[in-house]
Design a binder for this molecule. Structure first.
Ligand SMILES: Cc1ncc(COP(=O)(O)O)c(C=O)c1O
Length: 388
């Protein structure tokens, strides 16, 4: 039987509470960064156990600030994974430094700490770990490599809300850690992000997020404010508005329930697909709490369908999928500017050729999840079993 139910890839899990919160912020007359953003920062900081947190308008902005806070600039190299969204590496170039890509671990597709150690040179100024799909990277070995090189480890936690490594929440350390609240993320405000880390570093981040000004609008135009401010350095403009922070506050309160639903969908997928010989389900190592952001399935070599056929077959049945990621080193800019190309990172390339991301969102109904399972089974299962 072929299903006809339509299954979007990542429908947002927002409702009337978010609408009411945004409306209240708009009616309050305070649209830009103000009391709601201060509340969102405090609640998020407490939720992950961070020393400090600054809300910004994207994870990309948070990563860019992290590089500036560590004084990364022209002539420097920054090591990161090729299996990420280009944002992680684009920001390195925004500060004038050179991105140095490395391969990933075959099971988690997270940055390989051994490859990081091999890529360190006297010009290395920072390492950026990405918690791919919500699975925490091997922070112990990455921190070891960073310590040996005497450089900071920065965390791209765009997928890792909430996640934990050896019982410590991602974002709870002194390390600069960048989160995303983009529309498809586990906690979504439309466009938004958060930078967590040591209070000392983040004091400058607040200034850098708003033109380098000594005081923000709330401090100038709030009840006890006055008009004076000084520009202390040439900052960016990446503060988060109170409208988005109001949505973020509602999403943060709903996060445990949304995560439980993600976990249930994840478990249902694993149970169904672990039985099908043509499929490789995502790995979860012991000692981590996975954020279950992306369900990345891989087609095993020799299966009766390849990845592209599976994506097309699912689309024909109304199931939308995505792909995370085209490895950064294969993008034209990275090939032309840095000489990267096919063959450079075999683990990432092999995974890229076999992967797709299945629909995953707390907003999916049981019937939609069942439709995904049934459709994948029809396309891969029976044919793979016949082939076996
Ligand atoms: C791994 C990773 N890092 C960074 C980003 C950038 O996030 P934002 O859109 O909030 O800037 C993304 C976005 O999808 C991402 O997947």
């Amino acid at each position: 039987m072929t299903t006809t139910i339509s299954v979007p890839f990542s429908p947002p899990c927002v409702g009337e509470e978010e609408v009411a919160a945004a409306a209240e912020a708009i009616r309050s007359g305070w649209l830009t960064t103000g009391p709601k953003t201060a509340q969102f920062e405090a609640d998020f900081r407490d939720f992950v156990g961070a020393p400090a947190a600054i809300a910004v308008n994207s994870c990309t902005a948070a990563l860019g600030l992290a590089l500036r806070l560590h004084n990364v600039g022209p002539g420097d190299e920054v090591i990161s994974t090729t299996m990420t969204f280009v944002s992680t590496l684009n920001v390195v170039q925004h500060v004038g430094a050179r991105p140095v890509l490395v391969d990933v671990e075959p099971d988690t597709l997270n940055i390989d700490p051994r490859a990081v150690a091999r890529a360190i040179t006297p010009r290395t100024k920072a390492i950026i770990a990405v918690h791919y799909a919500g699975h925490p990277a091997d922070l112990d070995r990455l921190a070891e490599a960073a310590n040996e090189a005497g450089v900071p480890l920065i965390e791209d936690a765009a997928h890792a809300v909430p996640a934990a490594h050896r019982g410590q929440m991602i974002g709870a350390s002194d390390r600069l850690t960048a989160f995303s609240f983009y529309a498809t993320k586990n906690l979504a405000v439309g466009e938004g992000g958060m930078l967590t880390g040591s209070a000392e570093l983040l004091e400058r981040a607040r200034r850098l997020s708003l033109h380098g000004m000594s005081r923000d609008a709330w401090n100038r135009y709030g009840e006890k404010g006055n008009w004076f401010y000084e520009v202390l350095e040439a900052g960016q403009k990446c503060n988060l508005s109170d409208v988005q922070s109001s949505i973020g506050l509602v999403q943060l309160a709903k996060l445990p329930a949304m995560q439980a639903r993600r976990q249930a969908i994840w478990d249902a997928y694993n149970e169904a697909f672990d039985r099908l010989p043509g499929l490789q389900t995502p790995a979860t190592r012991t000692g981590v709490d996975h954020a279950h952001h992306l369900y990345v399935l891989r087609i095993r070599p020799g299966a009766m369908v390849d990845r592209d056929q599976l994506i097309a077959g699912l689309a024909a049945r109304g199931v939308r999928t995505s792909l995370h990621f085209i490895p950064v080193h294969l993008h034209r800019h990275y090939r032309q500017a840095y000489g990267y190309g096919w063959g450079d990172f075999p683990v990432a390339e092999d995974a890229y050729g076999r992967m797709l991301s299945l629909p995953l969102s707390p907003a999916l109904s049981d019937a939609q999840v069942e439709a995904v399972i049934q459709s994948v089974g029809e396309l891969v299962g029976r044919r793979a079993r016949r082939a076996a």
